[in-house]
Design a protein around this ligand. Structure first.
Ligand code: SF4
Length: 195
């Protein structure tokens, strides 16, 4: 008889194995305007729905489901843009779920932010992918990466859990300066990192 063992590590996709085209239902789990916890400064955070990494200890288990929450709408996008236009808001944060498996939503929103605000607002995103994995990924994922300022990369690993870290839950995760990393071809850590 087959014995079921409890998973202790996240899943590891092969390059291009998981695509937004296949998985995303373009749902959002939550939108939180004007918060102080999802990156630097005052931020508006969009939590997209659906993630395949299945990290044990995931902070947002419900949002692993691609149909959790409600569909992304033009109305929500207009609200996000209006909220971001407040002078005290530093930028947008994308979380999940997995933003890179919801690129339809994230690309539309990020392109609009760049069109309306240029680089006067910054864009942060969390992902379960590691930087090196993203470098081997599909064009839509690379396009999204190219619109970001900061990427917090890597799965959540319970064995490396550390609640004292800035903006991340386990020591393997990194806060990456995306434009500098793309320019130099190697991972450049965010210059304001304290811990
Ligand atoms: S990558 Fe993030 S959202 Fe996905 S399972 Fe891991 S902790 Fe949860």
């Amino acid at each position: 008889m087959e014995r079921r063992t409890k998973r202790t590590l996240p899943r590891n996709p092969k390059p291009k194995e998981w695509t937004a085209a296949e998985y995303s239902k373009q749902y959002v789990a939550s939108y939180k305007p004007f918060n102080f916890v999802d990156g630097e400064g005052v931020r508006c955070s969009l939590y997209v729905s659906g993630c395949n990494f299945a990290c044990p200890g995931c902070y947002n288990l419900a949002a692993q489901n691609f149909r959790y929450g409600k569909p992304y709408t033009q109305e929500l996008e207009d609200q996000i843009i209006a909220d971001l236009s407040q002078s005290y808001v530093q930028g947008l944060t994308l979380l999940g779920g997995e933003p890179f498996l919801n690129t339809q939503v994230c690309l539309q929103l990020c392109h609009r932010i760049r069109a309306e605000f240029g680089h006067t607002k910054d864009i942060w995103s969390w992902t379960g992918y590691k930087w090196d994995e993203l470098m081997q990924e599909t064009d839509d994922k690379l396009e999204l990466l190219g619109l970001l300022d900061i990427l917090v990369d890597g799965r959540f690993l319970e064995a490396e859990k550390d609640l004292t870290l800035q903006f991340r839950g386990s020591g393997n995760q990194r806060i990456i300066d995306v434009p500098e990393s793309l320019r130099t071809g190697e991972v450049v850590i965010w210059k304001n990192l304290v811990k």
